[in-house]
Design a protein around this ligand. Structure first.
Ligand code: DO4
Ligand code: MG
Length: 299
């Protein structure tokens, strides 16, 4: 089952459910609280909406699909795939390369706060940002876990951990600036409640030019992760009060080649079968600050 969040005009956002593999009918729920729905409270109103596409779950006007939740906190794990470790060592411009190899092998994972209250997060169709003081920004397609207050896994959605690699590569202490800026995170289109957590998720990334041509595409699988979802989640909540409905991005296994960089006008598509396809145009972060943006906020 997939859980979506949507709005009709300027009304309060509502929740709905759709099957994982079609048909694209969204059944509206009575409950407005995402963690409650993920825990099983699913009274239906009887109203339905036909989505325009079974993967993006785009809704017809006057409905607007929103990010499936506004996480009170969004955490992210890093260097959870060998590919990510190798890329960080390569991008590093200072003698701090060992930190990535050390954290890959250590018991304690790399965890960082990516966002709070959805301030830097956009939903499906929202524009993701590229900061003007960075020259090498990349998408990081990641499985995003929705956690309860004890770190239990409630569901999973698609996340994009947009990253300024040159900023991070200049000095690892710049990580918060490489990771947190306007519209640096995208979530959606739906939260899946899987039957269990042992099946891996396949993750596909496609980057399109402003002319609609494919610039880069790649695939990975959470089967290649070096750590389990439960292990990462348990480290997030360890002696740390994390509110229910917080999100954990589980790291990237896709690293585009050095010549690929996000630029305004491009489009990022991330597909995870069973969850859907998250599509976001790329824009300048400076134009996506809260006062500037319209559609981009999680809502
Ligand atoms: O070490 C920096 C962050 C790495 C990251 O975000 C990832 O591996 O996904
Ligand atoms: Mg990442």
């Amino acid at each position: 089952m997939r859980v979506v969040r949507f709005r009709k005009g300027s009304e309060t956002p509502r929740l709905g459910i759709a099957e994982p593999d079609g048909p694209a009918t969204v059944l509206e729920l009575e409950q407005l609280d995402v963690p409650a729905v993920l825990r099983g409270e699913r009274g239906v109103t009887g109203r339905t909406i036909e989505a325009l596409d079974v993967e993006t779950l785009e809704l017809p006007p006057p409905y607007e699909l929103l990010a499936p939740l506004v996480p009170p906190e969004t955490w992210a794990a890093g260097v959870t795939y060998e590919r990510s470790r190798d890329a960080r060592v390569d991008e590093s411009r200072v003698e701090a390369r060992d930190v990535y190899s050390l954290v890959y092998d250590a018991d304690r994972p790399e965890l960082f706060l990516k966002d709070a209250a959805g301030r830097r997060t956009v939903g499906p169709g929202g524009t993701v940002g590229v900061r003007s003081d960075a020259s090498w920004t990349v998408p990081e397609p990641e499985l995003a876990l929705v956690l309860d207050e004890n770190g239990a896994l409630l569901g999973a959605t698609i996340g994009n951990d947009v990253t300024a690699r040159d900023v991070e590569g200049a000095n690892p202490l710049y990580l918060p600036q490489a990771k947190l800026f306007a519209a640096a995170c995208a979530l959606g289109p739906a939260i899946v409640i899987p039957e269990g957590w042992s099946q891996p998720f396949e993750i596909e990334l496609r980057l399109l030019s402003s002319e609609g041509e494919t610039i880069y595409e790649a695939k990975t699988s959470t089967a290649s992760m070096h750590r389990s979802f439960e292990e990462l989640a348990s480290w997030v909540v360890r002696e740390n009060p994390v509110p229910a409905g917080s999100v954990l991005l589980t790291g990237t296994g896709v690293v585009p080649p050095d010549e690929v960089a996000l630029a305004p006008g491009q489009q990022v598509e991330i597909r995870i079968p069973g969850i859907g396809k998250l599509v976001n145009p790329v824009g300048a972060a400076a134009d996506l600050l809260p006062a500037e943006r319209s559609k981009t906020h999680v809502g």
